[in-house]
Design a protein around this ligand. Structure first.
Ligand SMILES: [Zn+2]
Length: 468
């Protein structure tokens, strides 16, 4: 019913409310459905997904047995909380114990049409397989996310992000093409090619990480002597790391590129893009109504939190329609904050922002600090700062002995540096409740990244390297 019911098949909004500014959706019915309707749909889909897990997944059969949970324990959506979580470590162990794809793969290998991978901390790829049906779901979910961000058929999109094994590579191609827009596969580390393509094809949009959008703007000024905003891009679709949702970073990118900047959020083990911002730019809408069940949990206790404005916690995903890698209550380690449950665009799904990843989190005298929050504060001092920062760790985290050491770049021409240092330190203390010691360095001192940015410098590794 919902699947494939595109905007074009139903050009008339059912009820255009007074504040329904831009009534344009890829899947109007599901994107504007009531919470109750979405829950009913998810409840039924989850029942089917559980039937499949109990019948097909050796990984979950063993897990459910260990947890003494039976199929009949699920009747309503709320019963999901009785089931055990799944962690990334378990998937890695499963793949190592049962190569090539792991015990958690529930489809026959002959039915798998593609594999992607994410590179873990160990450097070994963690594979994610797709059946034809899975690929179709990813395409629709990704297309809906891009469409929410404002992608339309006439767009010419420069894909300046990972293209090969990266989950949001070929899936973005499929999604962008499915909307009828033009996909230009540039990949990473190819700024010359990207600039040429933007100019020759008169591109209207670019898909990349916010780090790359920042890096590429500097590169264009330096290498081509051009102003990025003269190139005519209208839309920047950012993702793969927090950044584009930080107000000061977004303002800077929009200024640099003369384009609207929106961000998306996905997960290598669930789907390439699951949340994305509409042109209202007030947080990322949940776009996976019939494909993914989302829970937000207290990361310490595992307790499920109500999804309401102001809630913060860890994102947990359950697939509702997946054949190859069906995952139940998968802990993403992404820390998010719910920003709202209604929107001027008319979408009824909740909106959130990603604060950071648990893996990046630091603890200063019991206070949790995400490096992206430090970046947000330093960025707010633009134009006196460039917004580039690094948190320096002298010892392995997450515990940090205060003060938190922060290196931040001041902008060229900024004079009174002692005052700037003092103001930043005070704002960090006031906002994050931790003492910081800020070391100001000239613009261009810190490394720039073409893929994801690195906000933490592990100085202790350099010390170890030097003594070897
Ligand atoms: Zn919206």
């Amino acid at each position: 019913m919902f699947y494939g019911a595109g905007d074009r098949s139903n050009p008339h909004p059912r009820r255009a409310g007074a504040n329904m500014r831009t009534a344009e959706y890829l899947d109007r019915e599901v994107e504007t459905a009531s919470l109750k309707l979405v829950q009913r749909l998810q409840e039924a889909r989850l029942a089917k997904q559980l039937d499949y897990l109990f019948a097909r997944s050796l990984f979950y059969q063993e897990k459910f047995q260990a947890a003494r949970i039976r199929r009949k324990d699920y009747r309503r959506l709320g019963d999901l909380a009785r089931f055990p979580f799944t962690t990334k470590e378990e998937l890695r162990e499963s793949q190592a114990a049962c190569p090539p794809l792991g015990k958690h793969v529930a489809a026959h290998i002959d039915d798998i049409i593609r594999v992607h991978s994410s590179t873990g901390t160990t450097g070994k790829p963690s594979f994610v397989g797709l059946t034809r049906r899975d690929a179709k779901v990813w395409t629709r979910l990704t297309a809906r996310s891009f469409y929410t961000q404002g992608l339309r058929k006439p767009d010419i999109v420069i894909h300046a992000a990972g293209l090969t094994l990266f989950v949001a590579g070929l899936s973005s191609k499929d999604a962008i093409e499915s909307v009828g827009a033009m996909f230009v596969p540039i990949g990473t580390g190819a700024s010359e090619k990207a600039l040429m393509a933007i100019q020759l094809l008169r591109a209207t949009a670019m898909h990349c990480t916010p780090s790359y959008a920042t890096y590429f703007a500097d590169w264009i000024r330096r290498e081509a002597g051009l102003e990025p905003r003269e190139l005519g891009l209208k839309k920047l679709f950012c993702g793969a790391e927090p950044g584009a949702g930080i107000p000061a970073v977004r303002a800077r990118l929009q200024q640099d590129w003369g384009a609207r900047v929106t961000e998306g959020l996905g997960n290598a083990d669930m789907a390439p893009i699951i949340f994305s911002e509409c042109p209202d730019q007030s947080g990322m809408h949940f776009n996976g109504q019939e494909f993914v069940r989302v829970e937000i949990i207290d990361p310490e206790s595992g307790e499920v939190l109500p999804i309401e404005a102001g809630a913060t916690g860890e994102l947990v995903y359950t697939s509702l329609e997946r054949e190859c890698v069906p995952l139940l209550r998968f802990r993403t380690r992404d820390r998010v904050a719910v920003l709202g449950t209604s929107c001027s665009c008319g979408r009824t799904s909740f909106k959130l922002r990603c604060i950071g990843r648990t893996d990046d989190m630091l603890i200063v005298l019991g206070v949790n600090v995400f490096p992206s929050a430090v970046k947000e504060i330093v960025s707010s001092f633009h134009p006196r700062t460039t917004g580039e920062i690094q948190v320096v760790l002298d010892e392995p985290g997450p515990k940090v002995v205060p003060p938190l050491k922060v290196v931040a770049e001041y902008a060229t021409g900024c004079s009174d540096l002692p005052a700037l240092k003092d103001e930043i330190e005070r704002k960090i203390k006031a906002t994050l409740s931790v003492s910081a010691s800020v070391d100001l360095v000239p613009a261009g001192t810190l490394p720039r990244y073409e893929m994801k940015g690195q906000l933490v410098k592990k100085a202790y590794e350099d010390i170890v390297a030097k003594t070897k």
